[in-house]
Ligand binder design. Structure first.
Ligand SMILES: [Zn+2]
Length: 274
């Protein structure tokens, strides 16, 4: 998930600070040109844009908040239910397998209190839906999903707030969420509901939700499709969700900069899947 930062960037930051932030960003970024054409072709075939692809731990970061693993890149699944365009809620081909009920454990490591409280907020919101999938936060051991920090300044007028990936072919959730601890992401005193809303969104990816506006990225002020979808990750419309605009969905590509939870259509989509 991302947010616009251009306004804040112009007003609040100047001179040496910008320079140092950018240096930091450049150091931690793999240049687009270092991604092989073969890898880019696989990413495109999965239905994602190939601009600003970055090599990160676990795979390749695309669309600024989605990690595609080697498994994602090398899986070819033809789905008969694909649908392109519109603003419906979409799921990936792989979802988390549940028989009866299933609890997903979440561990927050190396992050301050607002991130821990934000995680608890996101978990409470999922658990309040009465789904077959529940979540609980653990404080030690190995979790199904581990939340950790990264530090990266803005680029091109946007800053990445957090990132995650999609479920495995074996039906497990993606196991990692990364949250940006750069002060331009959440400010010097992060708001728990804001952080919680981003974690809620990233958990959505981990359990198989794509961006509601993946066909336009309109929440980012853009009009670009994240790519044609024919194989692999998939973008399958969830029955009962609208074909019209859905401006408050928790799975919009870009943040509103504050608190955003499930709207009525999101609840339909969650209840349908889980
Ligand atoms: Zn996202």
């Amino acid at each position: 998930m991302r947010k616009h930062v251009l306004f804040a960037l112009c007003c609040l930051f100047a001179g040496a600070l910008i320079t140092s932030c950018r240096k930091e960003a450049v150091k931690s970024t793999t240049a687009d040109s270092e991604i092989s054409d073969e890898t880019k072709a696989k990413i495109y075939a999965l239905g994602f844009g190939t601009d600003n692809v970055r090599k990160v731990a676990g795979g390749y970061l695309v669309e600024n908040d989605i990690v595609l693993t080697e498994e994602n890149l090398n899986t070819k699944i033809n789905s008969p239910f694909l649908r392109i365009a519109g603003d419906e809620q979409y799921r990936t081909t792989n979802v988390v397998s549940v028989s009866g009920t299933r609890n997903i454990t979440v561990l927050v490591t190396g992050l301050d209190t607002p991130y821990i409280r934000g995680t608890d907020t996101a978990i409470a919101r999922y658990n309040a839906q009465g789904l077959s999938l529940t979540f609980s936060r653990i404080t030690s051991g190995t979790a199904d999903i581990t939340i950790q920090g990264f530090y990266q300044g803005p680029s091109g007028g946007f800053i990445t707030l957090g990132s995650a990936g999609f479920p495995t072919a074996a039906g497990n959730p993606y196991n990692s969420i990364l949250m940006n601890t750069h002060p331009q992401a959440y400010g010097a005193n992060p708001n728990v509901l804001y952080i919680g809303s981003v974690i809620q969104h990233e958990i959505g990816h981990c359990i198989g939700f794509r961006h509601t506006d993946y066909a336009t990225r309109s929440s980012c002020g853009q009009n670009v499709n994240e790519g044609q979808v024919t194989t692999g990750v998939g973008a399958i419309q969830i029955p009962g969700t609208p074909s019209g605009a859905d401006p408050n969905s928790w799975m919009l590509a870009c943040s509103n900069g504050g608190n955003r939870t499930f709207n009525a259509n999101d609840v339909i989509a969650l209840t349908y899947l889980y």
